[in-house]
Design a protein around this ligand. Structure first.
Ligand code: ADP
Ligand code: MG
Length: 376
């Protein structure tokens, strides 16, 4: 690493003076040591963020530090696990100290808020990539797995949907508009002396770009906050132990993530009925109520089809989707009120394959959406 050496960098930005808390031995040896959780299982999850794929190159470093840990904590939340600590593998093109200071401040602010300790990691030169492995604990019988949904369960979603995906498109559109304007400026200069159509053209361009430009600044800021600083729903995950039959965090879009719950739960049912010689197992599907969907307010500014796509396939929401029998409604409502978090019933699990989306009049809406997949 240029300027600052690898080990100075680790000491300055990632090793904390207070020393290890939960770990018996923290950063600085070949391994960290921590005692096994006294009750329950270790929950382990890894998420990697790659520049240009998961974040824009010019993103604020502190926001990136926050998000890199938040997406991992979100997996613990979706499992009903309590955070213990994490490791951080970093590839950096250079030892940019301003960037490192911002990144580690954002990272540790969130880590401290959830009492989650940095226990070790690896640092190397390379295209900017951040990989975190997070450790948590949960009694195995209470873990919120993906495979416990059953026909008749209701489907719930925390918070609101679609704002992060809107912000990504907002950014792309505004960049396109900015480069259009740059080339238009050159063109209107050329046209100015010979005709008045340049102003017509400028007016036309203005209308073209006003879709995004006309969005209220505070609404836009809210949407960007949702993209850059997702809040992992850890308290909700803990509270759903013993209540939810299945849960997943929404990282790739509701339709696809719900699909994982349906697949895993159908497999679990098949296994159960094979073991008990029961009748042919049910393949699970779901019916969703579009009018109940908690769309973020910014989605009101886009056309209907696009709103559906952003809310149901947008990704990056980091809310929890969970299933629970109807008998749990009152408990869940009370829990939402207690946490100050909107929890919305958006549909139910059926013993019929496929996902159906209904409008307020119970009429089917066509879903032309597909969740995010890195290799498609
Ligand atoms: P080794 O070569 O044995 O893998 P390293 O020289 O890579 O060890 O790392 C030295 C120590 O610094 C180890 O304890 C490792 O866990 C820690 N470490 C390295 N990079 C980071 C990082 N980005 N954040 C936190 N700890 C780190
Ligand atoms: Mg190493």
């Amino acid at each position: 690493m240029s300027g600052l050496g690898e080990f100075d960098l680790i000491r300055r930005y990632f090793k904390r003076s207070a020393g290890p808390r939960r770990a018996l031995l923290g950063i600085g040896d070949d391994c960290a040591l921590l005692s096994a959780p006294s009750e329950g299982a270790l929950a382990v999850s890894t998420d990697m963020l790659v520049e240009g794929r998961h974040f824009f190159a010019d993103v604020d470093a502190a926001a990136l530090g926050h998000k890199a840990l938040a997406v991992n904590l979100s997996d613990l939340a979706a499992m009903g696990a309590k955070p213990i600590g994490f490791t951080l593998a970093l590839a950096l093109p250079d030892a940019d100290e301003r960037w490192l200071a911002g990144f580690s401040a954002g990272l540790f602010a969130l880590a401290d808020a959830h009492d989650c300790e940095l226990m070790g990691g690896d640092t190397t030169r390379g295209p900017r990539t951040i990989s975190i492995t997070v450790l948590g604990e949960v009694p195995p019988a209470l873990a919120l797995r993906r495979d416990g949904a059953r026909p008749g369960d209701e489907i719930w979603v925390s918070g609101c949907l679609g704002a992060a995906a809107w912000a990504v498109e907002d950014r792309v559109e505004r960049h396109a508009a900015a480069s259009d304007e740059a080339s238009d400026a050159a063109m209107s200069e050329a046209l100015e002396s010979t005709s008045d159509s340049a102003s017509d053209k400028a007016a036309a361009l203005n209308t073209m770009t006003c879709g995004a430009a006309s969005v209220d600044a505070s609404l836009r800021a809210q949407a960007w906050q949702r993209l850059e600083r997702p809040e992992p729903r850890l308290a909700l995950g803990l509270a759903l132990r013993g209540v939810a039959t299945a849960a997943i965090d929404l990282s790739d879009g509701l339709i696809g993530d719900l699909g994982h719950v349906l697949t895993r739960s159908s497999e679990a049912l098949a296994l159960q009925s094979a073991q008990s010689d029961a009748d042919a197992p049910a393949v699970l599907g779901a019916t969703l109520d579009w009018s109940a969907m908690p769309c973020h307010a910014v989605l009101q500014t886009v056309a209907f089809e696009r709103r559906i796509r952003l809310a149901l396939a947008g990704g990056d929401d980091y809310e929890l989707l969970f299933c629970a029998p109807p008998s749990c409604r009152a408990t869940i409502d009370a829990l939402g009120a207690h946490l100050g978090l909107t929890l919305t019933r958006v549909g139910q699990i059926d013993a019929r394959p496929g996902v159906r989306l209904l409008d307020a009049d119970q009429q089917p809406l066509t879903i032309h959406v597909r969740s995010f997949d890195h290799f498609r």
